[in-house]
Write a protein that binds this ligand. Structure first.
Ligand SMILES: [Zn+2]
Length: 431
């Protein structure tokens, strides 16, 4: 099992993720994604959007700063809270459910009474900092979808069932952010809200649950590291009829498994909150006592949590010709860099020129990195460590017959391929 420390260290060293506000001592629960982290995250999001490419799924990008009324209606103002205790001596606060003692774990001081602490980031929109200007950074992207439900219906007149999908940042003032990007204060969510006739809700719940598990498997996560965990009745949120977590073996809990994605049947709770007088009548959502309120099935996954799962799952150490290497076996569609291009030697003009040609051709379609430093073996290792599936070397033979060496990350096998066929080869492997 790969330890979290190994991943955190690799992430920083190779430019995937850096601690937030690092040069000023850091800001707990925030992380800055570096060049490779951005690329990996973009690829994860693209794969998610691809899985949402269906005629009855509508994309949305709602505002992060939102009216206090949204969160009053949704119940977050009153209920999105954590129970906290404060140390009377050092004033540090701890989650009541994380404290096993009656003493402060930091200084040993006495702890006060447990009280509720709202986890939303509050701010003021505009110049005046009074109650009327209070706004919140959204603690989840889902509500942005619910409040736009009628807008989408009126613009597109979809028939049930249909979905609205969104990727975006969300913010929670976690008291104990921890485990790297697993639980942070600023994170990104990928959420689908799938609206249906209440009588079909169980069926869609089952289908979406299976579809989401398959998404992770298709992108290479090992089957033995994933599992479903259905919530018992007393674990369910008051508005939910059924919830399943897709858990991944992050290695952060007693049995190793923690939540990666949640799939919930949220019933008609959210639409009723925001549109108390509206019903689905005929093919429309209108002010009416007749009809029904659509139910919603929600698969919700954190981009950052998926990022961490893909990193942990891909990390491997093996031996090549007696040489130890670190290799990230990321799915080629997720790898930050798809192809690395190496001129065998950097002081031979014709080789460099030819390599630049290959670089330009491949760059039209793929994320390509140039490396002309050190011997080829070292360059391979550098690419293995960041998960680059293929390396292309331009050498003396290239000048003679127009072929290059293509080396595979996982097998370390090399083959000669004509320059004119290289792009097609990768294109085929990426399908
Ligand atoms: Zn204390």
């Amino acid at each position: 099992m790969t330890s979290l420390e190994t991943i955190v260290s690799l992430a920083k060293r190779k430019g995937f993720v850096f601690p937030g506000s690092d040069i000023y001592g850091g800001l707990a629960g925030t992380w800055d994604y570096g060049p490779l982290g951005v690329l990996l995250k973009e690829n994860i999001k693209r794969e998610w959007w691809k899985s949402m490419r269906k005629p009855h799924i509508f994309p949305l990008d709602s505002a992060i700063i939102s009216s206090a009324k949204v969160w009053q209606s949704s119940g977050h103002t009153d209920h999105f809270t954590d129970p906290l205790v404060e140390c009377k001596k050092c004033k540090r606060r701890f989650r009541t459910d994380h404290i096993e003692d009656t003493k402060c774990p930091e200084c040993g001081g006495a702890l006060g009474e447990s009280r509720q602490f709202n986890m939303m980031f509050k701010t003021h929109a505009g110049a005046i900092e009074d109650e009327s200007a209070v706004a919140y950074l959204r603690p989840e992207t889902a509500q942005g979808i619910f409040i736009n439900f009628k807008n989408v219906v009126d613009a597109f007149h979809p028939k049930l069932a249909f979905g609205i999908a969104q990727i975006g940042k969300a913010f929670r003032n976690e008291i104990t952010p921890r485990n790297f990007v697993f639980r942070s204060r600023e994170f990104e969510q990928m959420e689908l809200e799938y609206f249906c006739d209440p009588k079909d809700a169980d069926q869609y719940f089952g289908e979406i649950r299976a579809m989401r598990m398959q998404w992770f498997l298709n992108l290479g996560i090992k089957k033995e590291n994933l599992r479903f965990r259905d919530y018992a009745g007393d674990e369910l949120a008051h508005y939910s009829k059924a919830t399943t977590d897709i858990e991944y073996r992050f290695g952060l809990s007693q049995d190793g498994f923690s939540e990666l994605e949640g799939v919930a049947n949220r019933t008609d709770f959210d639409l009723k909150n925001h549109f108390p007088e509206y019903h689905w009548t005929g093919d429309d959502f209108i002010k009416s006592d007749a009809g029904f309120v659509p139910n919603v099935i929600e698969p919700s996954v954190g981009v950052d949590r998926a990022f961490l799962a893909f990193m942990i799952d891909a990390y491997d150490e093996d031996e090549l010709a007696g040489d130890k290497r670190v290799v990230l076996r990321l799915h080629p569609r997720l790898a930050p860099i798809t192809v690395a291009v190496f001129p065998l030697v950097s002081n031979k003009e014709h080789i460099t020129e030819k390599a630049k040609e290959v670089f330009d051709v491949l760059s039209r379609e793929f994320m390509v990195r140039w490396d002309d430093i050190g011997n080829i073996g070292k360059r391979y290792r550098r690419q293995d460590e960041i998960g680059t599936p293929w390396c292309v070397t331009i050498d003396y033979q290239t000048l003679e017959d127009g072929t290059v060496t293509v080396r595979d990350r996982d097998t370390a096998k090399q083959e000669r391929v004509a320059i004119s066929e290289v792009a097609a080869l990768f294109r085929e492997k990426l399908i």
